[in-house]
Design a protein around this ligand. Structure first.
Ligand code: THU
Length: 141
């Protein structure tokens, strides 16, 4: 299995920027492009709640807005009270973020790494997290 230690490390780095004064749930994501560049994302909350953006989508939108649309993996870390590695649980992406991943990523090969620390993580495929997803392939049939 690929060693995702470095990508997880970057997700923890991104988590430090989390703007989450309402939930106090700090999330960080590190998205790896096919060409090897890493895009960091954090959750960004809002006083009116609805505009809140998840860490994963922040990372995706940063990359896509810079013209990058091919990705191999994303590492995600999240917890409530601290940004210390290992203090949280695995943080699985919400349904909306899974759908955004499905827009750009191959469900069989895109890896989603849920980490508690650099040494404690699980790797799942997008297909496992979004079975029978609706994508642009359905629209073209
Ligand atoms: N959140 C993420 O950023 N990513 C996830 O995978 C789950 C939830 C954020 C949204 C909100 O700012 C906070 O975590 C609590 O839901």
């Amino acid at each position: 299995m690929t060693d995702y230690k470095e990508l997880v490390k970057k997700a923890f780095e991104a988590q430090k920027s989390s703007y989450s004064p309402y939930s106090h749930f700090k999330v960080g994501a590190a998205l790896l492009s096919e060409e090897g560049k890493v895009y960091l994302g954090c959750n960004i909350e809002n006083a009116t709640f609805t505009p809140t953006n998840c860490a994963e989508r922040t990372a995706f939108f940063k990359a896509v807005s810079e013209g990058v649309k091919d990705f191999t993996a994303i590492a995600i870390v999240g917890n409530t009270d601290s940004v210390e590695a290992g203090s949280g649980d695995y943080c699985a992406p919400c349904g909306v973020c899974r759908q955004v991943m499905a827009e750009f990523c191959d469900p069989e090969t895109f890896s989603i790494i849920l980490a508690k620390s650099e040494n404690d993580y699980v790797v799942l495929s997008l297909k496992e997290l979004l079975p029978l997803g609706f994508t642009n392939k359905n629209l073209s049939k």
